[in-house]
Design a binder for this molecule. Structure first.
Ligand code: GTP
Ligand code: MG
Length: 199
Protein backbone atom coordinates (compact mmCIF):
# COMPACT_ATOMS: atom_id res chain seq x y z
CA UNK A 1 0.00 0.00 0.00
CA UNK A 2 2.29 2.71 -1.24
CA UNK A 3 5.10 1.99 1.25
CA UNK A 4 8.74 2.32 0.24
CA UNK A 5 11.97 0.86 1.61
CA UNK A 6 12.96 4.38 2.75
CA UNK A 7 9.66 5.11 4.50
CA UNK A 8 11.07 5.65 8.00
CA UNK A 9 10.20 9.37 7.83
CA UNK A 10 6.50 8.53 8.27
CA UNK A 11 5.42 10.02 4.95
CA UNK A 12 4.70 6.67 3.31
CA UNK A 13 2.30 4.14 4.75
CA UNK A 14 3.49 1.06 6.57
CA UNK A 15 2.97 -2.25 4.76
CA UNK A 16 0.87 -3.55 7.67
CA UNK A 17 -1.88 -0.98 7.00
CA UNK A 18 -4.95 -2.83 5.72
CA UNK A 19 -7.75 -0.30 5.97
CA UNK A 20 -7.79 3.30 4.79
CA UNK A 21 -10.89 5.24 5.73
CA UNK A 22 -12.03 8.67 4.60
CA UNK A 23 -13.36 10.73 7.50
CA UNK A 24 -14.78 14.24 7.32
CA UNK A 25 -13.98 16.78 10.02
CA UNK A 26 -16.79 19.30 9.76
CA UNK A 27 -18.16 22.24 11.68
CA UNK A 28 -19.25 25.83 11.44
CA UNK A 29 -17.01 28.84 10.83
CA UNK A 30 -14.01 29.10 13.18
CA UNK A 31 -14.89 26.05 15.28
CA UNK A 32 -11.34 24.66 14.99
CA UNK A 33 -11.33 22.31 11.97
CA UNK A 34 -8.00 23.47 10.55
CA UNK A 35 -6.45 23.42 14.02
CA UNK A 36 -7.76 19.89 14.65
CA UNK A 37 -6.37 18.46 11.40
CA UNK A 38 -3.08 20.30 11.91
CA UNK A 39 -2.81 18.76 15.39
CA UNK A 40 -3.64 15.25 14.25
CA UNK A 41 -1.95 14.90 10.87
CA UNK A 42 1.26 12.90 10.72
CA UNK A 43 2.03 14.41 7.32
CA UNK A 44 2.24 18.16 6.67
CA UNK A 45 -1.46 19.06 6.37
CA UNK A 46 -2.83 20.56 3.19
CA UNK A 47 -4.46 23.88 3.99
CA UNK A 48 -6.35 26.36 1.88
CA UNK A 49 -6.24 29.43 4.09
CA UNK A 50 -6.89 32.94 2.82
CA UNK A 51 -6.82 36.23 4.69
CA UNK A 52 -10.20 37.49 5.79
CA UNK A 53 -11.11 41.04 4.85
CA UNK A 54 -13.75 43.52 5.96
CA UNK A 55 -15.78 42.58 2.87
CA UNK A 56 -16.50 39.14 4.37
CA UNK A 57 -17.50 40.39 7.82
CA UNK A 58 -21.22 40.15 7.07
CA UNK A 59 -20.85 36.56 5.81
CA UNK A 60 -18.57 35.02 8.44
CA UNK A 61 -19.53 36.26 11.89
CA UNK A 62 -16.38 37.08 13.84
CA UNK A 63 -18.34 37.72 17.04
CA UNK A 64 -16.76 35.67 19.82
CA UNK A 65 -13.89 34.57 17.57
CA UNK A 66 -10.50 35.55 18.92
CA UNK A 67 -7.35 36.37 16.96
CA UNK A 68 -8.47 34.85 13.67
CA UNK A 69 -7.13 36.43 10.49
CA UNK A 70 -7.56 33.64 7.91
CA UNK A 71 -10.31 31.23 6.88
CA UNK A 72 -10.38 27.97 4.94
CA UNK A 73 -11.65 28.54 1.40
CA UNK A 74 -11.85 24.93 0.20
CA UNK A 75 -10.66 22.16 2.49
CA UNK A 76 -8.07 20.81 4.90
CA UNK A 77 -6.44 17.44 4.43
CA UNK A 78 -4.38 15.26 6.73
CA UNK A 79 -3.57 11.66 7.57
CA UNK A 80 -3.34 9.75 10.81
CA UNK A 81 -2.35 6.13 11.34
CA UNK A 82 -4.66 5.15 14.19
CA UNK A 83 -3.41 1.60 14.63
CA UNK A 84 -0.90 -0.62 12.82
CA UNK A 85 -3.70 -1.66 10.45
CA UNK A 86 -5.90 1.42 10.18
CA UNK A 87 -5.19 4.77 8.59
CA UNK A 88 -7.62 7.69 8.48
CA UNK A 89 -7.62 10.33 5.77
CA UNK A 90 -9.06 13.47 7.30
CA UNK A 91 -10.91 15.95 5.09
CA UNK A 92 -11.75 19.25 6.76
CA UNK A 93 -15.00 20.48 5.27
CA UNK A 94 -16.35 24.01 5.81
CA UNK A 95 -19.88 24.21 7.16
CA UNK A 96 -20.95 27.56 5.71
CA UNK A 97 -23.87 27.63 3.29
CA UNK A 98 -21.70 28.80 0.38
CA UNK A 99 -19.64 25.59 0.54
CA UNK A 100 -22.57 23.21 0.03
CA UNK A 101 -21.26 22.36 -3.44
CA UNK A 102 -17.98 21.17 -1.90
CA UNK A 103 -19.93 18.63 0.16
CA UNK A 104 -21.00 16.76 -2.99
CA UNK A 105 -17.36 15.83 -3.58
CA UNK A 106 -16.21 15.57 0.00
CA UNK A 107 -18.91 13.14 1.13
CA UNK A 108 -18.20 10.69 -1.69
CA UNK A 109 -16.64 7.57 -0.16
CA UNK A 110 -16.59 9.02 3.35
CA UNK A 111 -17.31 6.54 6.16
CA UNK A 112 -18.37 9.11 8.70
CA UNK A 113 -17.97 12.59 10.07
CA UNK A 114 -16.59 14.14 13.22
CA UNK A 115 -18.63 17.26 13.88
CA UNK A 116 -16.75 19.90 15.86
CA UNK A 117 -19.04 22.02 18.00
CA UNK A 118 -18.36 25.22 19.95
CA UNK A 119 -20.48 25.00 23.13
CA UNK A 120 -20.90 28.78 23.09
CA UNK A 121 -22.28 28.85 19.52
CA UNK A 122 -24.47 25.75 19.44
CA UNK A 123 -27.02 27.20 17.02
CA UNK A 124 -24.37 27.49 14.33
CA UNK A 125 -23.94 23.73 14.44
CA UNK A 126 -27.56 22.95 13.50
CA UNK A 127 -27.16 23.47 9.73
CA UNK A 128 -23.95 21.43 9.78
CA UNK A 129 -25.60 18.51 11.59
CA UNK A 130 -28.51 18.76 9.13
CA UNK A 131 -26.12 18.55 6.17
CA UNK A 132 -24.31 15.51 7.57
CA UNK A 133 -27.65 13.77 8.17
CA UNK A 134 -28.84 14.75 4.70
CA UNK A 135 -25.84 12.94 3.21
CA UNK A 136 -26.56 9.92 5.41
CA UNK A 137 -23.18 10.01 7.14
CA UNK A 138 -22.89 8.51 10.62
CA UNK A 139 -21.28 11.00 12.98
CA UNK A 140 -19.87 11.73 16.38
CA UNK A 141 -19.90 15.12 18.08
CA UNK A 142 -16.70 16.56 19.46
CA UNK A 143 -17.18 19.64 21.62
CA UNK A 144 -14.10 21.78 21.03
CA UNK A 145 -13.43 23.29 24.38
CA UNK A 146 -12.10 26.82 24.06
CA UNK A 147 -10.11 27.97 27.10
CA UNK A 148 -12.50 30.41 28.69
CA UNK A 149 -15.74 28.50 28.05
CA UNK A 150 -17.48 26.89 31.02
CA UNK A 151 -17.92 23.12 30.77
CA UNK A 152 -21.51 22.17 29.94
CA UNK A 153 -22.89 18.80 31.04
CA UNK A 154 -23.19 16.18 28.33
CA UNK A 155 -26.95 15.66 28.78
CA UNK A 156 -27.53 19.40 28.32
CA UNK A 157 -25.52 19.45 25.08
CA UNK A 158 -27.17 16.26 23.89
CA UNK A 159 -30.59 17.77 24.39
CA UNK A 160 -29.67 21.13 22.86
CA UNK A 161 -28.28 19.43 19.75
CA UNK A 162 -31.17 16.94 19.63
CA UNK A 163 -28.87 13.93 19.38
CA UNK A 164 -29.86 10.27 19.32
CA UNK A 165 -28.89 8.41 22.52
CA UNK A 166 -26.37 6.34 20.52
CA UNK A 167 -24.55 9.33 18.98
CA UNK A 168 -21.16 9.66 20.66
CA UNK A 169 -20.38 13.02 22.22
CA UNK A 170 -16.88 13.78 23.50
CA UNK A 171 -14.90 16.86 24.47
CA UNK A 172 -11.61 17.86 22.89
CA UNK A 173 -9.18 20.72 22.63
CA UNK A 174 -8.32 20.91 18.93
CA UNK A 175 -4.78 21.97 19.85
CA UNK A 176 -4.23 18.87 21.95
CA UNK A 177 -3.24 15.57 20.33
CA UNK A 178 -4.51 13.23 23.03
CA UNK A 179 -8.05 14.60 23.34
CA UNK A 180 -8.33 15.02 19.55
CA UNK A 181 -7.20 11.42 19.02
CA UNK A 182 -9.78 10.28 21.58
CA UNK A 183 -12.48 12.08 19.57
CA UNK A 184 -11.46 10.25 16.39
CA UNK A 185 -11.33 6.94 18.24
CA UNK A 186 -14.87 7.53 19.57
CA UNK A 187 -16.06 8.04 15.99
CA UNK A 188 -14.23 4.98 14.66
CA UNK A 189 -15.60 2.80 17.49
CA UNK A 190 -19.09 4.02 16.69
CA UNK A 191 -18.65 3.25 12.98
CA UNK A 192 -17.38 -0.19 13.95
CA UNK A 193 -20.40 -0.98 16.17
CA UNK A 194 -22.72 0.04 13.34
CA UNK A 195 -20.88 -2.26 10.93
CA UNK A 196 -20.94 -5.12 13.45
CA UNK A 197 -24.70 -4.68 13.97
CA UNK A 198 -25.29 -4.97 10.24
CA UNK A 199 -23.10 -8.09 9.84
N1 GTP B 1 -8.57 28.17 22.99
C1 GTP B 1 -8.74 27.41 21.92
N2 GTP B 1 -8.60 27.96 20.72
C2 GTP B 1 -8.77 27.19 19.63
C3 GTP B 1 -9.09 25.82 19.74
N3 GTP B 1 -9.24 25.31 18.49
C4 GTP B 1 -9.02 26.34 17.65
N4 GTP B 1 -8.72 27.46 18.32
C5 GTP B 1 -8.49 28.80 17.76
O1 GTP B 1 -9.72 29.19 17.17
C6 GTP B 1 -9.51 29.84 15.96
C7 GTP B 1 -10.23 29.15 14.82
O2 GTP B 1 -9.60 27.92 14.54
P1 GTP B 1 -9.53 27.31 13.06
O3 GTP B 1 -8.81 26.02 13.21
O4 GTP B 1 -9.01 28.27 12.06
O5 GTP B 1 -11.07 27.06 12.78
P2 GTP B 1 -11.74 26.56 11.42
O6 GTP B 1 -12.96 25.81 11.82
O7 GTP B 1 -10.76 25.86 10.56
O8 GTP B 1 -12.15 27.95 10.78
P3 GTP B 1 -12.71 28.22 9.28
O9 GTP B 1 -11.95 27.37 8.35
O10 GTP B 1 -12.43 29.68 9.06
O11 GTP B 1 -14.17 27.92 9.33
C8 GTP B 1 -7.98 29.88 15.75
O12 GTP B 1 -7.54 31.15 16.19
C9 GTP B 1 -7.48 28.79 16.66
O13 GTP B 1 -6.18 29.06 17.15
C10 GTP B 1 -9.23 25.24 21.04
O14 GTP B 1 -9.51 24.06 21.21
N5 GTP B 1 -9.04 26.08 22.10
MG1 MG C 1 -10.31 26.21 8.61
Amino acid sequence: MGSRPDSADGVYLDDAVQIAAKILVVGHFAVGKTTFIGTMSEIPPLRTEERMTQAGAHVDDLGGVRGKSTTTVAMDFGRITLSSKLVLYLFGTPGQERFVQVWEDMTRGALGALILVDPERLKESFPVIDLVEQYGLPYAISVNHFDETPVRPENELREALDLLPETPIVTCDARDQKSSADALIALVRYLQTRTDRRA
